[in-house]
Write a new protein. Structure first.
Length: 235
């Protein structure tokens, strides 16, 4: 399934109290790889950002005055998101703002456009219970370089989150094999980096999927319904 990692910046914390979206960043993943087919909008929110919000994103009110209003880019955004799985860190926050903007534009909520919404924050909490799971904390933990993130920015944060998500779901960006002697002196070791090869993506067939599902069901039964993947499916 096509996946879109999405992030927003806003004028404040509450869509219901009149805060608006000022920036939307989207990063496309196909077969768990970034394609470069991204979307990025700055928007005129028709109101000033709160002082605390300005400290977070640093996007001035003057900068946004000549930017398009959400209604003008809504159809382009929805066409881009159509049918994809949307991955958002702390999804309820961004979804509430997107839905409010869509409502103001007389358009249906985001759930009617996309296949599903995945909350990477909930995934992180399941994997790292009791730990800090902010985007910065996850970048540090999963060795994702966020040195360029001095302020929040929707597109930059979406790109970082895409890397974090791939790591959270056990992604692998390179494949390196060592071939040679195991004597320990390293003299006969040849390192082959296969990252430059165009490796085929082999999808499971129907029979293999059935066997896999049966195995998952057996594991879930043995653990008395406490497997992580079933919790995600329910969510």
């Amino acid at each position: 399934m096509r996946q879109i990692v999405l992030d927003t910046e806003t004028t404040g914390l509450s869509a219901e109290n009149g805060d608006r979206i000022i920036e939307i960043g989207c990063v496309e993943l196909l077969s768990r790889k970034m394609t470069g087919n991204n979307k990025h909008f700055y928007l005129n929110p028709e109101r000033d950002s709160h002082e605390d919000a300005l400290k977070v994103h640093g996007i001035s009110n003057d900068f946004l005055k000549d930017k398009p209003k959400f209604a003008l880019v809504a159809q382009e955004l929805l066409a881009y998101l159509q049918g994809a799985e949307i991955i958002i860190h702390n999804a309820p926050f961004d979804v509430s703002f997107l839905n409010k903007e869509l409502e103001l534009a007389s358009l249906p909520p985001i759930a009617q456009c996309v296949a599903k919404v995945t909350d990477s924050l909930m995934m992180a909490k399941e994997l790292f219970p009791g730990k800090r799971n902010s985007l910065d904390a996850l970048c540090d933990r999963l060795e994702v370089d966020n040195s360029g993130r001095t302020l929040h920015g929707a597109l930059l944060d979406a790109e970082l989150l895409a890397d974090v998500y791939i790591n959270l779901t056990r992604g692998q960006n390179t494949l390196v094999m060592e071939v040679g002697s195991s004597s320990g002196d390293g003299e006969n070791t040849v390192v082959i980096n296969l990252s430059g090869f165009d490796l085929p993506l082999l999808l499971a067939n129907e029979q293999e999927l059935e066997v896999h599902e049966t195995l998952l069901a057996d594991i879930d039964k043995a653990s008395k319904g406490k497997t992580v993947w079933r919790a995600f499916d329910t969510a």
